[in-house]
Design a protein around this ligand. Structure first.
Ligand code: 13P
Length: 253
């Protein structure tokens, strides 16, 4: 089964509402007014800009999503945003377990697992981010670390749900550093993740899951990354902030 590539922008804590609107307008111009038919394009702005980005993107085929959420429908959770609020804005995807959430905000696998399950419960596609730190890779522990994140992050997720899942492999040492994983190293990890999914959920589900690579994806390295058989997309930080570089990444060959 052919997997449709997913190119996603994670804007992190960047852009005011007017900056966000200007960026998506320029992106649309560069893409000829709509999403390419053979790939999925997703923009994850900060919460404050989601509604304005939706107003520009509605009807274009380009999707919008969120960078995080709290795993309850509503309640006394000061400062948090719920999955219901995101679907109300038309969000289709939510990033869960990004390394900045894990390492700056101390999110553990248990909370991340609750977020994954809440996303499914509210019909949002979770993009579960996993990845090892440099010290783990140096010690040859990268697969063990990622496996633990998968085992704990996906606890209780059914095969039917897993089929919809997106996984983003983002080696921590490659995020925002300009240092990209070598395509063969990224491919090896993606193949490892797919084998793990096959063991857990069966080969058919494993073949359906989109596995993105993230970590210093740029216009000049996206083509060779996307040429790898198990790399099905990109989760792009810095290079997604400018419409010209993100448009070029969307147009990978
Ligand atoms: P950079 O593309 O800036 O390295 O960020 C990657 C990332 O964290 C996307 O979620």
């Amino acid at each position: 089964m052919a997997r449709k590539p997913l190119i996603a922008a994670n804007w992190k804590m960047h852009k005011t509402v007017s900056e966000a609107v200007a960026t998506v307008r320029e992106l649309l111009d560069r893409l000829g007014g709509q999403a390419p038919a053979d790939r999925t394009v997703l923009i994850c702005p900060p919460f404050t800009a989601i509604a304005a980005v939706r107003d520009v993107l509605e009807g274009t085929g380009i999707l919008w999503g969120a960078q995080n959420m709290y795993p309850r429908a509503e309640g006394a959770f000061t400062g948090e945003i719920s999955p219901r609020m995101l679907t109300d804005l038309g969000c289709t995807h939510v990033i869960v377990g990004h390394s900045e959430r894990r390492h700056i905000f101390g999110e553990g696998n248990q909370l991340i697992n609750e977020k994954v399950r809440a996303a499914f419960e509210f019909d949002l596609v979770p993009i579960l981010a996993v990845g090892e730190k440099l010290e783990h890779r140096r010690a040859g522990l990268q697969e063990a670390v990622v496996e633990e994140q998968l085992v704990k992050g996906l606890r209780g997720v059914t095969a039917e749900q897993a089929r919809q899942l997106v996984i983003a492999y983002e080696p921590v040492w490659a995020i925002g550093t300009g240092e990209t994983a070598r395509p063969e190293d990224a491919q090896a990890m993606h193949a490892f993740i797919r084998r793990w999914l096959a063991g857990q959920y069966g080969e058919e589900v494993a073949q359906a899951v989109v596995i993105q690579y993230g970590g210093s994806v740029k216009p000049n390295n996206v083509d060779e990354l996307m040429a790898q058989p198990d790399i099905d997309g990109a989760l792009v930080g810095g290079a997604s902030l400018k419409a010209d570089s993100f448009a070029r990444i969307v147009q990978f060959q």
